[in-house]
Design a protein around this ligand. Structure first.
Ligand code: DC
Length: 220
């Protein structure tokens, strides 16, 4: 069975860099499921769908055509054929994505797409519910955390982040998103019972990658 590595955790825990590094080190594909929820949210905003109206979001959730490129060296995301990798990182999308991703119809559609992609072969998948819902049979499950301050600092320093977002603002918006993501009824952010927790507050990226690669090698 192809190797599936599930990388879950809150925003700013270093999931994306670590997941891409692990995929590159092991010759696996890479899937950023957060980018899919962001792309769906971007489409809703562009089409004037009121994102706080779960019924309205659900009614349109089958319309956008999403495609994820899984090369860890150059992951891509398109909506209806257009590259949206820049716009999905805007603050507008970041602040609306929790509402859209809490809608069960959105999750059902994106989880089905994610499982299709995972089914093709070995892959590192990052998200919030990968080890619990999307790929409960993944051979390696990691729950990556870091202190709130370390996470906000990383997000504010991310080259893809909105340049207008200070650390203080990022911290406040992050706390709000964490709360929404972990208290929603549909597949909340949660650590799978069999996940290995890695706290990256004091670890460099290389150390996190090494720890996950070691876990993968231990599974044989
Ligand atoms: O990882 P990220 O910050 O790009 O994710 C954006 C949002 O998408 C996050 O606030 C919660 C949602 N998300 C989700 O609900 N389930 C996932 N598997 C991945 C992301």
């Amino acid at each position: 069975m192809p190797l599936v590595i599930a990388m879950d955790g809150p925003s700013g825990s270093g999931k994306s860099s670590a997941s891409r590094g692990v995929a590159a080190a092991l010759g696996l594909r890479y899937l950023d499921t957060g980018a899919m929820y962001r792309a769906m949210t971007w489409w809703m905003l562009v089409n004037g769908v009121p994102v706080e109206d779960a019924g309205a979001v659900a009614a349109r959730s089958l319309e956008p055509v999403l495609e994820s490129g899984t090369d860890p060296a150059a992951p891509t995301i398109t909506v209806d054929g257009a590259d949206v990798s820049g716009p999905i990182r805007s603050r507008e999308v970041t602040n609306a994505v929790s509402a859209v991703s809490s809608v069960p119809a959105v999750r059902a559609r994106l989880v089905a797409l994610q499982r299709e992609i995972i089914g093709i072969g070995g892959i590192v998948v990052e998200g919030r519910d990968i080890g619990t819902v999307v790929a409960p049979d993944a051979q390696v499950k990691v729950y990556l955390t870091a202190s709130e301050e370390a996470r906000a600092l990383r997000r504010a320093q991310d080259p893809a982040a909105d340049p207008g977002a200070s650390v203080t603002l990022t911290l406040a918006e992050q706390a709000r998103r964490d709360r929404l993501d972990s208290t929603r009824t549909a597949s909340p952010l949660a650590k799978a019972a069999d996940a290995h927790e890695i706290d990256s507050t004091e670890l460099g990226l290389g150390e996190v990658i090494e720890a996950v690669v070691r876990l993968a090698k231990e599974t044989g």
